[in-house]
Design a protein around this ligand. Structure first.
Ligand code: AMP
Ligand code: MG
Length: 482
C-alpha cells in the first residue's frame, strides 16, 4: 500500500529558534468526513486503496507517515495592529512533501492539539470552522486565486468547549509554505542578524530562487512580495472576498491566501462590508483590504531593514520608498482587473469614471456584486428588475460605446468577462446550510456545495439556487472559531 509520500523536511532542520519538535496529540475516535481526491492526485498521492478507518487514522495524525518529522512553527504577528508572540498553537507541520514535478508542499494538521505556542488555548479546532476553511479555500482555488488548499477533514470524536460544546475536527492544510510576515517579525524581535539571514536565505531558496544571486536580496524580496500581495488583494476585490482577519501572521510570503477564519463573500455591494464579529472598527472591511496589505508589507519591510543596507538611515529610506510605491501599483492592477470584468481592451482616460459610476450605482441601489456582472454578461440568473433601472440603462450606453473602441469581436470581450466574473461564489447562507447539516451528520449539502464551487465560471443548469443571495435581511456575521 503506497500512498506516495515523499518527505524532505527542510524547515525542521533550521535551528530550534524556528520551531518546536512535537507530535500531534492522538485523538479518541477519528472519523473521515471529506477527502479531496483531485488535490491528492495533483500531489501524486493515492489514497484510493486505503479503507476509511485507516484514512481516519492518517488524517487525525494518530499514525504519522514514514518520513514525517512534525513541528510547530514559531511566529509573531500584529493582530488588529497589536504585536504579539504567536506560533502554531493548534497546528503541526508533519512534513514537506515533494511532488513528481519537484514542487514542495507543507502538509499541516490544524486542530492537532497543544504545542509550546498554545498559550491558553486547547490546541483544538471545531468541525464547523474546519469545514468552512475546506469549502472556501477550495472555492478560492477554483476561482484562480492563490490559496492554501484543503486535503481532508476528520472529526476527532472528542468534544471541545467554546461558548457551547462543539465537535472537534482536524483539517489537513496544504501550502507552498507556512512562512508568514509574522515569521520574519518573530525573528526580527530576537535581534540576531544571522537568524534573519538564515530565514531570508531559506525563503528565497524555497519561493524566489530567481533572486538568489541578486546583490540586494532583501530589497528584491520586499519588491517581489509586494507584487504577489498586490495581485492577491486585487483578486480578492475582484470576487468580493473579505478575508476578515488580515493580521501579519495571516499574510504568507508565498502570496497564497491563508487562514479562513471569519472570511466571507460580499453579496450586496457595499465597500464598508465587514462580517467578522470581532472586527468592530471595520479595520479589515472590504475597502480597507488594499491599505491593510500595504500596512502589513511595511511591517515586513521593517524586519528586512538591517539586511537592505548597513547604513540604517539609507535602508529605511529605500524601504520607505518601496512601500510608498504600493498605491500606484495597486491602482494600476485594480484598474486592469476592473477593465477585465467589464470586457474592456486597451486604455481610455475615461475608464476610471465608467468603473466608479457603476460601483456607485451598485452601492446606491444595493445591487448584488456578483450578479451585477452576471447581468452585464447577459447571464443574470433571476432577470432581476433592479437591472431595468434607468441609471443603469444609461450607464450601459456609455459602456457599449467604450466596448466599441475595443475593435474586436464581441466574443472576445465576453470571453474576457467570463474568465473574470464568477457566476457562483460561496454564498454565506449556502455555506451555513452545508455546515449545519454536516454538524448533524448529513454531508449531502456540503458535498454538493463543494461540487458546484469547483466550476465558478461555467454556466450550468443546476446552479441557480447557488446564485441567489440570501432572502434574509439579517446582517450576516462570522466568528473566528478559535
Ligand atoms: P488564528 O486566529 O487562527 O490566526 O490564530 C491566531 C493564533 O492563535 C495562532 O497562534 C494560533 O495558533 C492560536 N490559536 C488559535 N486557536 C487556538 C487554540 N484553540 N488553541 C491554541 N492556540 C490557538
Ligand atoms: Mg492565523
Amino acid at each position: 500500500m503506497t500512498i506516495g509520500w515523499h518527505f524532505n523536511n527542510t524547515y525542521s532542520k533550521l535551528s530550534d529558534t524556528f520551531r518546536e519538535e512535537i507530535k500531534p496529540i492522538p485523538v479518541n475516535n477519528p472519523e473521515l468526513i471529506i477527502l479531496n481526491g483531485s488535490l491528492a492526485s495533483e500531489l501524486n498521492l493515492d489514497f484510493s486503496k486505503i479503507d476509511k478507518k485507516e484514512l481516519s487514522k492518517i488524517f487525525s495524525g494518530n499514525v504519522l507517515p514514514n518520513g514525517s518529522n512534525s513541528i510547530a512553527q514559531a511566529y509573531a504577528g500584529h493582530q488588529f495592529g497589536h504585536f504579539t508572540m504567536l506560533g502554531d498553537g493548534r497546528a503541526v507541520l508533519i512534513g514537506e512533501h515533494t511532488t513528481k514535478a519537484n514542487k514542495k508542499y507543507d502538509i499541516q494538521f490544524k486542530g492537532s492539539g497543544k504545542t509550546a505556542f498554545s498559550r491558553n488555548g486547547d490546541g483544538r479546532a471545531a468541525l464547523g470552522p474546519m469545514l468552512r476553511e475546506y469549502i472556501i479555500s477550495e472555492a478560492m482555488n477554483a476561482l484562480n486565486i492563490p490559496t492554501t488548499r484543503s486535503l481532508a477533514v476528520i472529526k476527532t470524536g472528542e468534544n471541545i468547549q467554546r461558548e457551547t460544546t462543539l465537535q472537534g475536527a482536524i483539517l489537513t492544510r496544504v501550502a507552498s509554505s507556512h512562512i508568514r510576515v509574522g515569521t520574519f517579525q518573530y525573528i526580527a524581535a530576537r535581534q540576531k542578524e544571522n537568524e534573519m539571514k538564515t530565514l531570508l536565505d531559506y525563503t528565497i531558496d524555497r519561493h524566489y530562487p530567481e533572486i538568489k544571486d541578486s546583490n540586494n536580496q532583501a530589497l528584491d524580496l520586499l519588491n517581489l512580495l509586494m507584487e504577489q500581495q498586490c495581485n492577491l488583494v486585487v483578486n480578492w476585490m475582484r470576487v468580493g472576498f473579505i478575508h476578515g482577519v488580515m493580521n501579519t501572521d495571516n499574510m504568507t510570503i508565498s502570496g497564497e491566501t491563508i487562514d479562513y477564519g471569519p472570511c466571507a463573500f460580499m453579496d450586496t455591494y457595499d465597500p464598508k462590508t465587514v462580517f467578522s464579529s470581532i472586527d468592530q472598527m471595520g479595520r479589515y472591511a472590504y475597502c480597507n483590504q488594499p491599505i491593510i496589505t500595504k500596512w502589513n508589507l511595511a511591517r515586513f519591510a521593517e524586519c528586512l531593514v538591517p539586511l537592505i543596507d548597513k547604513d540604517q538611515d539609507k535602508a529605511v529610506k529605500i524601504a520607505t520608498e518601496t512601500i510608498n510605491s504600493f498605491e500606484k501599483k495597486y491602482e494600476e492592477k485594480w484598474m486592469d482587473m476592473m477593465r477585465n470584468k467589464l470586457g474592456l481592451f486597451g486604455l481610455d482616460e475615461k475608464d476610471k469614471f465608467l468603473i466608479l459610476d457603476l460601483l456607485t450605482w451598485m452601492h446606491e441601489k444595493k445591487a448584488d456584486y456578483t450578479n451585477t456582472f452576471c447581468h452585464l454578461m447577459d447571464l443574470d440568473p433571476k432577470k432581476d428588475k433592479l437591472f431595468d433601472d434607468n441609471d443603469l440603462v444609461n450607464w450601459k450606453k456609455r459602456w457599449k460605446e467604450r466596448l466599441s473602441q475595443n475593435n474586436d469581436s464581441p466574443n472576445k470581450y465576453l470571453e474576457l468577462m467570463k474568465n473574470n466574473n464568477p457566476l457562483v461564489i460561496p454564498r454565506n447562507h449556502k455555506v451555513e446550510e452545508a455546515l449545519e447539516a454536516a454538524e448533524k451528520n448529513d454531508l449531502k449539502p456540503l458535498n454538493r456545495l463543494i461540487e458546484i464551487l469547483k466550476y465558478p465560471y461555467t454556466q450550468k443548469n443546476d446552479i441557480l439556487d447557488y446564485q441567489t443571495p440570501s432572502a434574509s435581511d439579517e446582517k450576516y456575521q462570522t466568528f473566528c472559531g478559535t
